[in-house]
Design a protein around this ligand. Structure first.
Ligand code: NAD
Length: 476
């Protein structure tokens, strides 16, 4: 392995600099629990410098024509693609996912920013037919202003790229506080763009999360908040933003239902869902988790799913044979095991595969005999855990699937037009994949309902989140 791991500096006002907070944070390789390096965190003075620079950066960047913004972001994307192997290696070392998944994540993050860059040229306003002679009525779309963005550790590149791409393409400046647990891959991605941008247009902070969010969100210089992470933190940041009347986009957790009808192809469905579910060890907000299977095929489906999921090869993500890596940190491994334990105590039956002894692994687990009150049915597992339960009618399946505080992604397997129509109308989710897995692509909106958040990222809706509307009534 040629990539040596080093905790990154902060990017403030166009300069990489060491954090000056009294605290540092260890960065740990989850595959072996070894400390890779220590991260120096931002002090309050440094956060204030970033705020001032974001304001100056916005004044300059918003005036750069959209064509030019697009060209500069595309040059950054090209650098990202050239550096893909390096960025992906950092990601696997600090986050644990298999290298092939890290490469795919880096490629997806580049695609996302590319799409937003192109979309910069299509942020059209409109002309409204005039009411008065010699006048025009125009609707302008303008960048909202400096953005404070917070991204998590599960898909650090993709989830940061949605914010970086949208904000910069729209003409906003952005201060990104990415997750302290996975800092180097995001810094390597940011490094591909910052030389293309005015100082302060794109800045990267790591700090004590509550200190950074409090200082950024309460600053009058910040005009927009974008957060991806857990429901409790999202709620907290939404309250803080509301007190200061900041526009907010929240992408919080999910507990995705999968409805498998009797006419589904069992082998095809299982193969697709096992790959999709155990990607990133199940630490994905859109991961399929609650399977509702028509009672007529429940037995063969369960047998096929347990067999396929237990064949997965677990190990260090740097090994080419590894299909599932560890969980990202010790906290998550303990939380997943605890949730499995409480669910089994409540009557669930567990089918579990063995795990490697070193590192933060949790067993691949299929839980059956669950009821709506089983802890795993209400709490997001965010790990390699699924539940499989039978349904008798599609109405019954929808009722079970909607009995959750979450509403992010959902999946349906059937060839029946009637079933597709019923689930499309009745399932309470922001994204639905039918006979496939593609709930999140750069050109379509991705967001949740209920506790899964509000607003969308990606697609034209994702761009709109960084724009405001000005009506201009011109009389000549
Ligand atoms: P957590 O609530 O402690 O932290 C979630 C993320 O928010 C982390 O990246 C953290 O650095 C950040 N954070 C925490 N407090 C913050 C604050 N006051 N201001 C700004 N950022 C803050 O949870 P965790 O243990 O890291 O993850 C557990 C749960 O989070 C999971 O079970 C899952 O539900 C959820 N999660 C969701 C996503 C997603 O993609 N929607 C991503 C990561 C985690």
């Amino acid at each position: 392995m040629s990539t040596a791991y080093r905790a990154p500096d902060l990017l403030i006002n166009g300069q990489w600099c060491a954090g000056k907070h009294a605290m540092t944070m260890p960065i740990v390789n989850p595959a072996n629990a070894q400390t890779l390096d220590h991260l120096h965190l931002a002090s309050s003075d440094q956060i204030e410098q970033a705020l001032q620079a974001a304001h100056r950066g916005f004044v300059i960047w918003q005036k750069v024509p959209a064509h030019e913004r697009c060209a500069r972001l595309e040059r950054g994307v090209a650098k990202m693609r050239q550096n893909l192997e390096h960025i992906a290696t950092l990601l696997t070392l600090e986050q644990g996912k298999p290298l092939a998944e890290s490469r795919a994540e880096c490629a997806m993050a580049a695609d996302l920013i590319k799409w937003y860059a192109e979309e910069a040229r299509r942020t059209y306003g409109r002309i409204v037919p005039a009411r008065l002679p010699n006048s025009s009525m125009q609707v302008h779309k303008l960048p909202i202003g400096p953005v404070a963005a917070f991204s998590p550790w599960n898909f650090p590149l993709v989830l940061s790229s949605r914010k970086i791409g949208g904000a910069l393409a729209a003409g906003c400046s952005i201060i990104l506080k990415a997750a302290e647990e996975t800092p180097a891959s995001v810094a390597a991605m940011v490094a591909c763009f910052h030389e293309e941008l005015p100082e302060g247009a794109l800045q990267l902070l790591y700090g004590v999360p509550s200190e950074v969010s409090e200082q950024l969100i309460t600053s009058p210089l910040i005009r927009k908040v974008s957060f991806t992470g857990s429901v409790p933190v999202g709620r907290q940041l939404a309250q803080l933003s509301a007190r200061h009347l900041k526009r907010v986009t929240l992408e919080l957790g999910g507990h995705a239902p999968v409805i498998v009808c009797a006419d589904a192809d069992i082998d095809k469905t299982v193969t697709m869902m096992v790959t999709h579910k155990f990607r990133n060890a199940g630490q994905a907000c859109l991961a399929p988790t609650r399977f509702y299977v028509d009672r007529q095929i429940e037995g063969p489906f369960l047998e096929a799913f347990v067999a396929a999921s237990h064949r997965l090869v677990l190990g260090d993500g740097m090994q080419s044979t590894t299909q599932m890596g560890p969980l990202a940190n010790a906290r998550r491994a303990a939380a997943v095991r605890d949730l499995i334990g409480r669910s089994v105590e409540a009557g669930a039956k567990a089918y579990q595969a063995p795990v490697p002894s070193a590192g933060f692994f949790a067993p691949v687990t299929v839980l059956t005999e669950v009821t709506p009150d089983t802890p795993v049915m209400q709490e997001e597992p965010f790990g390699p855990v699924v539940t499989i339960a039978p349904f008798d009618t599609l109405d019954h399946a929808l009722q079970l699937a909607n009995n959750s505080p979450y509403g992010l992604a959902g999946y349906l397997f059937t060839d029946s037009a009637r079933s597709i129509h019923q689930v499309t109308q009745g399932l309470e989710v922001g994204s639905l994949a039918i006979n496939g897995i593609g709930v999140s692509v750069p050109e379509a909106p991705f967001g949740g309902v209920k506790d899964s958040g509000h607003g969308s990222e990606s697609g034209t809706e994702g761009m709109e989140a960084f724009l405001e509307t000005k009506f201009v009534h011109l009389c000549v």
